[in-house]
Design a protein around this ligand. Structure first.
Ligand code: DX5
Ligand code: ZN
Length: 236
């Protein structure tokens, strides 16, 4: 079942608790928190103190996406702040296995993130360790960018690899998830949909989260219908 992860990057930071509550009423099931350091990506956002405050404002799991250099140095701090899922970039981790072990050691669900130009197949050996793989469908750093179309091939390839390897990690997509892209994203095999601008951009997070999730579910239902139809046509 697809899920919506509202990304607070596009929320009104002066009213975060209210904005998160509205996105939850609209159907968001996990809150996506973008952490940027001005080095790994050309933008800065927030760190563990803000995560600790958000932790008190919602019961939903917090999915922290670290877009920072040397993430290992901050893993303990995010665990202490109350992060539930923690993902690190493949491109920022020369010792990715160690990073994922550290995340597990601190009791969080580990994820690995791929920039648009990084191949999915590079993850083959590490996939058994992860709870989720996050495919960036824009270059990380900013909300409201356009979805990069070849990300769909990456999602499909990742779903294929998961089936080949008999694993059950979840496939997450981040960047440009909106009304006009969500059906293709779901049909490619993504289950965790991160959306910032499409949820918070118009200042109506409850309404817009609900509408986006409805579009995602509709695409998912169509897949089920076509699978059933495909199965039947083979029998006849
Ligand atoms: C971008 C962030 C995203 C961002 C997505 O670097 O990782 O989580 O919020 O924003 P939209 O949904 O507006 O593309
Ligand atoms: Zn993100």
């Amino acid at each position: 079942m697809v899920e919506l992860l509202p990304s607070i990057l596009s929320a009104d930071f002066a009213h975060l608790a209210d904005q998160i509550a509205a996105a939850e009423r609209g159907g968001g099931t996990t809150i996506h928190v973008d952490v940027m350091d001005g080095h790994f990506v050309p933008n800065m956002t927030l760190g563990p103190p803000v995560v600790a405050s958000i932790r008190k404002a919602t019961r939903l799991p917090l999915d922290c996406h670290l877009m920072i250099d040397n993430p290992n140095e901050y893993i303990a701090a995010f665990a202490e702040a109350g992060a539930n899922w923690l993902s690190v970039h493949y491109e920022a981790c020369p010792h990715l296995h160690r990073s994922l072990e550290l995340i597990l050691h601190h009791g969080m669900k580990p994820g690995v993130v791929l920039n648009p130009a990084t191949r999915v197949d590079l993850l083959v050996d590490i996939l058994p360790m992860v709870h989720h793989v996050l495919i960036m469908s824009v270059n990380p750093g900013f909300g409201g960018q356009e979805f990069i179309p070849f990300s769909l091939h990456k999602i499909r390839r990742l779903a294929e690899l998961r089936a080949e390897l008999g694993l059950d990690f979840r496939i997450e997509v981040d960047g440009g998830v909106a009304h006009d892209t969500v059906a293709a994203i779901v049909q490619a095999g993504a289950e965790l949909l991160v959306a910032g601008n499409a949820v918070f951009g118009a200042g109506q997070p409850e309404r817009d989260a609900r509408a986006l999730l409805a579009a995602a579910r509709e695409a998912e239902d169509q897949m089920t219908v076509s699978k059933v139809a495909g199965g039947k046509s083979k029998i006849h």
